[in-house]
Design a protein around this ligand. Structure first.
Ligand code: NAD
Length: 488
């Protein structure tokens, strides 16, 4: 394993009001592939949160200030500048993401970062297309609506797609004219800190984008702060509930992108090899630390043996390896804590009587340190087993079988989550009928995991509410005002 690359972001600093400032309390961020300390990071205190919110508030409220004076087109141009700088720094950002998160450099460089750029460019273009409408009411009245920015947005992001999920929030918030306080996850702050440098270079006025590193305490202070108008959160369902409760006192707007336990349903008339590939990507992409991972694979009973054999054959070739190696497709689990959680689920699967088809162990790369887990597949999984019910957030697939369409829809929907689902069949009617009946924010037919900046993403049920990406995200970053003019 190569030695950790030098980390050249502003370590230990917070970006408040356009300045890098020191904080007193520090914590370390670890490379999960080597267990080495990458650098020291500041944990923003409640006072730091106050300062960041004050700066964001000033930048938002000052009607003669540089942010409010920008036209929509000029705001779009700044977002475009930022996209351009992300592209210019794509190699460094990709490497930082891989060092901090353990994901393969192939994913950081060719999936995460290109999508960050796409998302920013999409919202750069959308900035000039945000509008209210005139509405015909009375002959004696002129009535219309205005879409106005919500104000100061608090953004709280998890560790699995650090910069990507930040961009899903930054893009629409800035396009609509909001200002913001952004907190990356404590495990993966590095790319967001680098973004802070690019924000300054792109020309955003001071106070528009503030970056606070820290853990749950910093997050809580953001959620409780009366100067924040809206919280955009991505993370676990448990924390999502806490955030909703915390936001209630100040009646903040909230959008929540939470966990998942997505069903991936394969009918016997599907393209089997395509479905095997889709099932493998659906669970092992991103080490399974993906909110929409296809973690419940439902196979029509007659497919069980052939399909499971093909899955096992593919999984056995996916050895976890050095995340910085461009050939690696399975990296390191983000942290020791997450690794222990995943290994706990594997033990639960064994003790509840599921059949271990492949993997199941912690492993190492070249005999070194690091938090690696073999790609793991359980067969003979029953609906009531822990590994079929709960989000594992790791490279562990639960394979279940079914005999009938109504039965599989009922079982797929019986889980509290509703983030995503997939259906594999050559029967077009069945594909659409099943898609309609699945309670999920996204349904893929004969594919898995595709995303686009233009398409909304979000959950049903315990997977949250509100949608990110696409034009609909604008609704969550604006207030709608109705104006009446008496012409009588
Ligand atoms: P997490 O909920 O533990 O933490 C997410 C963020 O919230 C971190 O920045 C953390 O510091 C902060 N936080 C923790 N406790 C807080 C509190 N009480 N108040 C305010 N902030 C707090 O989640 P995680 O472990 O980082 O991420 C994994 C989870 O995220 C999984 O459940 C996954 O499904 C979900 N996720 C969902 C989506 C989606 O789009 N639906 C995308 C990615 C991840």
């Amino acid at each position: 394993m190569p030695a950790a690359t030098k980390v050249s972001v502003k370590p230990g600093k917070l970006l408040i009001d356009g300045q890098w400032v020191d904080g007193s309390k520090k914590f370390e961020t670890i490379n999960p592939a080597t267990e080495e300390v990458l650098t020291e990071i500041t944990e923003a205190s409640a006072v730091d949160v106050d300062h960041a919110v004050e700066a964001a508030r000033r930048a938002f409220e000052d009607r003669n200030g540089p942010w409010r004076k920008l036209s929509a087109s000029e705001r779009g141009r700044l977002i475009w500048n930022l996209a351009h700088l992300v592209e210019k720094n794509i190699d460094e950002l990709s490497e930082l993401e891989t060092l901090d998160n353990g994901k393969p450099i192939f994913e950081s460089r060719y999936v995460d970062m290109p999508m960050v750029i796409d998302v920013l460019r999409y919202y750069a273009g959308l900035a000039t297309k945000i509008h209210g409408e005139t509405v015909n009411t009375f002959e004696t009245a002129f009535t219309y609506t205005l879409r106005e920015p919500v104000g100061v947005v608090g953004m709280i992001v998890p560790w699995n797609f650090p910069l990507l999920l930040a961009s899903w929030k930054l893009g629409p918030a800035l396009a609509c004219g909001n200002t913001l306080v952004l907190k990356p996850a404590e495990q993966t702050p590095l790319t967001t800190l680098k973004l802070g440098e690019l924000v300054i270079e792109a020309g955003f006025p001071a106070g528009v984008i503030n970056i606070l590193t820290g853990g749950p305490e910093t997050g809580k202070a953001i959620v409780a702060h009366p100067g924040i108008d809206k919280i955009a959160f991505t993370g676990s369902t448990a924390v999502g509930k806490e955030i909703m409760r915390g936001a209630a006192d100040t009646l903040k707007r909230v959008t929540l992108e939470l966990g998942g336990k997505s069903p991936n349903i394969v009918f016997s008339d599907a393209d089997i090899d395509g479905a095997v590939k889709g099932a493998i990507n659906g669970i092992f992409y991103g080490k399974g630390e993906v909110c929409n991972a296809g973690s419940r694979l439902f196979l029509e009973s007659k497919l069980k043996d052939e399909f499971t054999e093909k899955l096992a054959a593919r999984a056995s070739k996916m050895r976890p390896a050095d995340p910085l190696d461009p050939k690696t497709r399975l990296g390191a689990i983000v942290s020791q804590e997450q690794m222990k959680t995943v290994l706990g689920f594997i033990e639960a699967g064994k003790s509840e009587g599921a059949k271990l088809v492949s993997g199941g162990n912690r492993t190492s790369v070249n005999g070194g340190k690091g938090f690696f887990i073999e790609p793991t597949i359980f067969g003979d999984v029953k609906n009531d087993m822990k590994i079929a019910r709960e989000e594992i957030f790791g490279p562990v697939l639960s394979v279940l079988t079914f005999d009938d369409v109504d039965e599989v829809i009922e079982r797929a929907n019986s889980n509290p989550y509703g983030l995503a689902a997939a259906v594999w069949t050559r029967d077009v009617k069945k594909a659409h009928m099943v898609s309609r009946r699945l309670k999920a924010g996204t349904v893929w037919i004969n594919t898995y995991g595709l995303m686009d900046a233009a398409l909304p993403f979000g959950g049903y049920k315990s997977s949250g509410f509100g949608r990110e990406l696409g034009a609909h995200a604008i609704e969550h970053y604006t207030e709608l005002k109705t104006v009446w003019l008496n012409m009588g």
